[in-house]
Design a protein around this ligand. Structure first.
Ligand SMILES: C[S@@+](CC[C@H](N)C(=O)[O-])C[C@H]1O[C@@H](n2cnc3c(N)ncnc32)[C@H](O)[C@@H]1O
Length: 411
């Protein structure tokens, strides 16, 4: 249940009205040339530029796991570099694959993250305490690969029988040795994270026969149709070898130095009592965009492998704009509690409904009266969408190639 929006912060409400009020920040954000500044209806300030796409540095290899609607590491890196110092808390309440948490660790900040789906924890935690490759290799050798029974025959649509036997063996081993609610051994945790990422995909680097990209598991029926259409059947794969290969790739740029103060949790973004008051300096996040992405449908196979019961995961989807705004406001009420004064929220939204719904404007309105200065909406436009109108109709119908980030400062 989303709590009703509280009015307790009303007297402190104060919004940024003139562009020059945030000129200091704007200058610090002029990464790749002049930024266009625009004032749109409703007093929303837009800053448009190619802030990090062009000439961007290659992201660190440890980010390279797929997740639906994840953002690029360059996005949190941009804000972390400019708005925090080493050791400060950087938090993502909708952490997904953990892009913000992992980037924070790479920049020696305190990683903090939350997601309603426990899968997110399983994808993020191991990369904050990555084991050396030799230990991963040794652990893979010790797993009883032939012991497991095939517990779901329907998965033969994706896997050769010998591959499915290895997957079931690994799953049984992990459920026994690294149960979900206990603190796992970091090597088992790592092996599970990599296996989750190799379950299905469109190349021989995955356990499955050709399927959709790994962040969108298709249903068994849909996979049977793909097999028919492509006249394919699942080839045998060496699961341990594929996990080792991917581990080497993830660790190619070396892992972040482990810090013992990372804080990750599972729950609704608006209710995070495990996070201390004023303990966060920066929030970089991207919430579900209305009902655009079906995270549960995309993650069913990963959840099965990890032993997560889909029915217990209440992923938020919102049909109406009003419902979505209530959710956003409830989140910002919680953000006001956990942010240090002067701390920032970088809240990324996508273009939805063919550009007809401007989510950043809904956020701008939703947080009115809360103790935040709404600084501006930063639009990172890629070269090929430069001609599109940043607050009008875009050339994308679902999701987006631009990032729109509302930046707000805790008063
Ligand atoms: C757009 S994705 C975030 C992706 C993330 N920025 C990344 O780079 O991986 C939105 C996330 O919100 C999570 N989510 C949905 N409802 C939630 C809720 N009520 N509280 C917390 N997380 C939620 C979904 O599980 C999904 O991982």
């Amino acid at each position: 249940m989303i709590p009703s929006a509280t009015e307790q912060f009303m007297p402190l409400a104060q919004d940024c009205k003139r562009p020059d009020e945030f000129l200091g920040i704007v200058l610090a954000f002029d990464a790749f040339g002049a930024t266009t500044r625009e004032l749109a209806d409703g007093g929303v300030h837009y800053l448009v530029n190619e802030f990090w796409t062009s000439r961007q540095r290659q992201a660190h290899s440890i980010h390279e796991i797929s997740y639906r609607a994840c953002f690029k590491p360059q996005l949190p890196e941009f804000f972390i570099s400019r708005l925090t110092r080493p050791g400060e808390g950087v938090y993502d309440p909708f952490m997904g694959r953990g892009t913000t948490a992992v980037q924070a660790a790479l920049q020696n900040r305190r990683s903090m993250g939350n997601d309603v789906n426990p899968l997110s924890l399983l994808l993020t935690r191991p990369r904050l305490a990555a084991p050396p490759i030799e230990k991963i290799e040794a652990r893979l050798r010790g797993i009883p690969w032939k012991k497991g029974e095939i517990v779901r025959e329907d998965l033969l649509a994706f896997y050769h029988e010998s591959t499915l036997r290895q997957i079931c063996s690994l799953r049984a081993y992990l459920l026994e040795h690294a149960p979900l609610n206990e603190h796992p051994d970091p090597i088992d945790d790592w092996v599970r994270m990599v296996a989750l990422n190799r379950l299905t995909g469109h190349s021989p680097g995955f356990f499955s026969v050709y399927s959709l990209p790994p962040n969108q598991a298709v249903s068994v029926d849909a996979q049977r149709k793909i097999n028919e259409r492509r006249n394919q059947s699942p080839p045998p794969r060496d699961v341990a070898a594929l996990i080792l290969k991917k581990s080497r790739a993830l660790l190619a740029d070396k892992a972040p130095i482990p810090r013992n103060d990372a804080l990750l949790g599972t729950g609704d973004a608006w209710n995070t009592p495990y996070i201390g008051d004023r303990s966060v300096q920066l929030i970089v996040t991207s919430p579900p965009f209305l009902d655009v992405v079906q995270y549960s449908a995309d993650n069913w196979l990963r959840n099965w492998f990890a032993g997560i019961d889909d029915r217990c995961v209440q992923i938020s989807t919102h049909r109406s704009e009003m419902e979505w705004m209530e959710m956003v406001r409830a989140c910002f009420v919680e953000f006001a509690r956990i942010l240090a004064p002067g701390g920032h929220v970088a809240f990324e939204v996508g273009e939805v409904r063919g550009g007809k719904v401007l989510l950043e404007r809904l956020v701008w309105r939703a947080i009115e009266g809360l103790p935040f200065e709404r600084l501006f909406v930063l639009v990172n436009e890629q070269q090929f969408t430069k001609t599109s109108n940043c607050w009008g109709v875009s050339n994308n119908s679902k999701g987006t190639n631009t990032n729109r980030i509302l930046l707000a400062r805790r008063i």
